[in-house]
Design a protein around this ligand. Structure first.
Ligand SMILES: [Zn+2]
Ligand SMILES: [Zn+2]
Length: 415
């Protein structure tokens, strides 16, 4: 299933190299100061990149996806013929930094001290980072660089969005890049598997805000630029929301009932769709549940390694052994096998992909998405009959699966 996916799943699929090959990149450029530019770069969905351009060359904060490389380079070339010499990552979610693969050969990369380990573990193993993608400089305390005539501060604030969050402040231009830590007009996104925690908010967000004066402009990873006042509203909303959700958790302990109770109903209006208040309730619920169980180990890693050394049948054996002996230690869910299936489709190991996706369908037979993915693997393999059969199964479970409908129509119309 590819179309109309939630951004989260889309990001994961991009991590395994599965995006529309024909995806176009569009770039909107805004000049912020004598040397500083903001690029809103859209390939499938928009991400923000900042560039300092001047006599020292080009410095990029969060260069973005590797698929956006040609589009971003074209936009930079319209401003300067200088090369990118320096890259700073606010954190290492791949859709913000997979362009490190293209830039890392010639540019120095600054990232939080925890980034390298995070890039080598969990779902990131599917990204298969090249050696030049990793940070040259690992930042674990406040650090300053001097570039194109201004001091640039690197300020680590890990533990909210991810385990390697870092803000970047251009002191002369009075512009701060706050990644996923400090935002406006939404609720936070927390990546528990990569060291994020709702408890890290609002502490990190408040500390982040306190670092700046009221005339600073802010850029978040996604979405519009925002003011200090909007940042303040965001932090206040976080500070008020967490006790309200915790109180509801103490009474209900059930996610559906928690959402139905609308604990944030009266809390500062004007929050857009995503991440919305229900997402935030789910996030905190997950975090509170983890308090009892702890973060599970990544199942992706052992399965990925099994796929490097042999056929998918061996991976199935590894899966079964782990399920038998360590079921509670590892995080079992349909996404893991689904992504491994797409990883194999992308490597053109179609027979192996089908084995993995069939296992997923056996494990999670009530999920429409497992059949949708299996249908896609059969389609790539040229087995139209089984492709159709699986798309039909998917639609039987969830008639609203637009992707399944479209693919079935395509399969029926192709001769
Ligand atoms: Zn992120
Ligand atoms: Zn992001």
């Amino acid at each position: 299933m590819l179309r109309k996916r939630a951004i989260y799943l889309l990001c994961l699929l991009m991590a395994v190299g599965l995006v529309f090959p024909q995806s176009e990149t569009s770039v909107e450029t805004t000049k912020l100061s004598e040397t500083l530019y903001h690029f809103k770069v859209t390939t499938l969905f928009p991400v923000n990149t900042l560039a300092s351009i001047g006599p020292n060359g080009i410095l990029l904060v969060d260069p973005g996806m590797e698929q956006s490389y040609a589009g971003l380079m074209k936009a930079l070339a319209e401003i300067s013929d200088q090369k990118v010499t320096t890259v700073i990552n606010t954190h290492t979610h791949d859709h913000h930094i997979s362009m490190n693969k293209q830039l890392g050969n010639t540019a120095k990369i600054y990232s939080h001290a925890a980034s390298t380990d995070l890039m080598k573990s969990g779902l990131d193993v599917l990204v298969e980072w090249s050696p030049e993608s990793f940070p040259t400089y690992k930042i674990d305390s406040d650090t300053s660089l001097y570039f194109n005539g201004e001091e640039i501060q690197l300020i680590p604030v890990p533990g909210g969005h991810c385990g390697d969050d870092m803000m970047v402040y251009f002191t002369g231009s009075k512009v701060a890049c706050t990644g996923g830590v400090l935002k406006a007009g939404s609720y936070p996104m927390v990546d528990y598997a990569r060291g994020g925690d709702f408890r890290g908010f609002p502490k990190t967000a408040r500390a982040a805000l306190n670092h700046f004066s009221e005339d600073v402009k802010f850029i978040q990873s996604h979405g519009k630029m925002f003011s200090y006042t909007e940042g303040e509203e965001y932090v206040t909303r976080l500070e008020k929301s967490i006790p309200l959700i915790k109180k509801t958790f103490a009474q209900e302990k059930d996610l559906k009932k928690m959402v139905a109770a609308e604990p944030l109903k009266n809390l500062l209006p004007g929050v857009p769709d995503y991440p919305n208040q229900n997402y935030w309730i789910r996030t905190i619920y997950t975090g509170l549940a983890l308090e009892n169980n702890g973060v599970k180990k990544s199942l992706t890693e052992p399965l990925y390694h099994a796929l490097q050394s042999g056929p998918a049948t061996e991976m199935v054996t590894v899966y079964k052994v782990i399920k038998q002996s360590n079921k509670d230690i590892y995080g079992f869910n349909e996404t893991v096998l689904n992504l491994l299936g797409y990883y194999l489709i992308n490597k053109n190991r179609l027979a192996d992909a089908i084995i993995v996706l069939k296992l997923n369908a056996r494990e999670y037979p009530k999920s429409f998405n497992v059949y949708d993915s299996l249908g896609e693997a059969y389609m790539h393999k040229g087995n139209r009959w089984l492709a159709k059969r699986n798309y039909k199964k998917s639609l039987k479970i969830y008639p609203g699966n637009e992707n399944g409908k479209a693919m079935l129509e395509k399969l029926n119309s192709d001769t």
